[in-house]
Write a protein that binds this ligand. Structure first.
Ligand code: ZN
Length: 247
């Protein structure tokens, strides 16, 4: 799941703020009881991670590729990783289920909610991102997927941002000129926002994808190249004519 998906989950769960956990279950090995009786103080996300912040303990949720959640509507015949049953103002309980997620309980004092690397945050630090690009010897494809630098960018956003900025995915990060790198950062933020908006409104994403899962370049009609690029080895679509290789 890409970052914007997690941002959206955060928004969907924020109504639970102020409610208390009165039942926990599920097959996760974390010490679930630590959340019992605790008030949910806030819900936050950084990149692809979701944080449920309780008094004294924080649940960190990583959705990976196949993670999901449900509210009051469990998947039949499937034991959730975690079920949290919330009580809000004595009204009907709200059941929150997590499936196929990676869960961890974190001490709130160790929690780092630094969102200056989160492309969807208003605190995203573009200058810091530029410095990272300029000092990295990896291919740009890997740098864009590095969650410590660009939290929230997944493979689809990477593909589209590289195309929009006309940068070849196998360019060496440090060799990309400043103005091009700046443009790439802007395009990454822009496309992440487009991605989020489409998810929020339930619009099909396919219409706005220029290269991902496409066959031909929308600019020059050449056949797009498909390659598993970099150490991350993720499927990458690009136009060899329109996207410049910096090495
Ligand atoms: Zn082209």
């Amino acid at each position: 799941m890409e970052g914007p998906g997690v941002q959206l989950i955060k928004e969907k769960l924020s109504f639970l703020k102020g409610s208390f956990v009165f039942e926990v279950s599920g097959n996760s090995k974390i010490d679930k009881k630590k959340m019992l009786g605790k008030e949910l103080l806030s819900v936050d996300s950084v990149g692809k991670q979701l944080f449920l912040i309780f008094e004294g303990v924080v649940l960190r949720v990583h959705f990976g590729m196949y993670g999901s959640f449900r509210i009051n509507n469990p998947k039949p015949d499937k034991v959730p990783r975690l079920l949290l049953r919330f009580n809000k103002d004595g009204k009907k309980p709200v059941d929150l289920y997590f499936y196929n997620t990676s869960l961890r309980l974190v001490d709130p004092r160790e929690l780092n909610l630094d969102n200056s690397v989160d492309v969807l945050s208003e605190n995203f630090d573009r200058e810091k991102a530029l410095e990272k690009i300029k000092s990295d010897e990896r291919v740009i494809s890997d740098v864009l997927l590095d969650q410590e630098i660009f939290a929230g960018i997944g493979n689809i956003i990477k593909n589209e941002a590289l195309f929009l900025a006309k940068v070849h995915p196998e360019s060496i990060s440090s060799k990309i000129p400043d103005d091009v790198a700046r443009d790439l950062i802007d395009k990454s933020v822009y496309f992440s926002q487009v991605f989020l908006e489409h998810r929020e409104k339930g619009w099909p994403l396919k219409k706005v994808l220029l290269v991902y899962n496409r066959k031909f370049c929308p600019l020059c009609d050449s056949k797009l190249k498909v390659k598993y690029v970099g150490r991350s080895h993720r499927k990458t679509f690009f136009c060899e004519k329109c996207q410049r290789l910096y090495v």
